[in-house]
Design a protein. Structure first.
Length: 241
């Protein structure tokens, strides 16, 4: 090999081994990423509710992912939050929120707090958001996050969401962020007449279902194929019997 080529090869090797400069997530960059998320992932895919779009523009998604992963918070995908759980893809959060048809003054129940992000988005719109998380560490972390961000209308409880929250029922809307193999009947009972529930159902194949409740009973529509983590707790014990 000629001397010049050796030098060039050595320089190329040094460049390849040089540590990548750490990208700083400035406030300006965060706002840019959030706006891109809203425009490219949410509005471009058909979400039209102005209250939902405003909430997605407002809630700091980066605060709901592990600190080391904040640079990836606005990517078009679900992200791990530990304990085998994820924060849902931004579009799915917006789509589910829109499907609930919530409005100011509503009281909403969420099953599966996770990071607290879906709760925060809903809390931008509704009067009170009740949320149940089966993993104690996640419930505590989400409680600390929403408190730090000033959400005083989010109430988080550690427990099994299969039975809902009967002491606070009925609810104007119920959103479920983990997939049971079948719809928990106690949740249907806690839905107010005129209310809506959005819930993923299934195991290997899952469908996002929108359930409405009126004077004639329950009406269910499958609106989207999805992939959520499975609902755990009592509903799994019942299935195994």
């Amino acid at each position: 090999m000629r001397p010049l080529m050796i030098v060039l090869a050595a320089l190329a090797l040094l460049a390849a081994c040089k540590p990548e400069k750490k990208r700083e997530l400035t406030a300006e960059k965060i706002m840019e990423l959030r706006e891109q998320m809203v425009e490219r992932q949410i509005i471009a895919r058909g979400v039209r509710d102005s209250a939902v779009i405003r909430a997605m523009r407002t809630v700091p998604r980066e605060a709901f992912v592990p600190e080391a992963d904040r640079i990836n918070a606005y990517k078009d995908e679900a992200r791990s939050i530990g304990y085998g759980q994820t924060i849902s893809q931004p579009y799915i959060v917006a789509f589910m929120t829109e499907q609930l048809h919530v409005k100011p003054g509503d009281r909403v129940l969420e099953i599966g707090t996770g990071s607290g992000y879906q709760a925060a988005v809903l809390a931008q719109i509704v009067d009170t958001l009740y949320s149940i998380e089966i993993i104690g560490e996640l419930a505590e972390h989400a409680r600390e996050t929403v408190k730090k961000l000033g959400y005083d209308n989010i109430i988080i409880r550690h427990g099994d969401g299969y039975a809902g929250w009967p002491e606070k029922a009925p609810f104007d809307a119920i959103v479920v962020t983990a997939a049971p193999p079948s719809i928990p009947p106690l949740l249907l009972e806690q839905l107010r007449e005129g209310g809506r529930m959005v819930i993923p159902v299934g195991e290997y194949v899952q469908e996002l279902n929108v359930i409405t409740k009126d004077q004639h009973g329950l009406h269910m529509e499958s609106v989207l194929p999805v992939r959520f983590v499975p609902m755990t707790g009592k509903i799994r014990q019942k299935k195994e019997k």
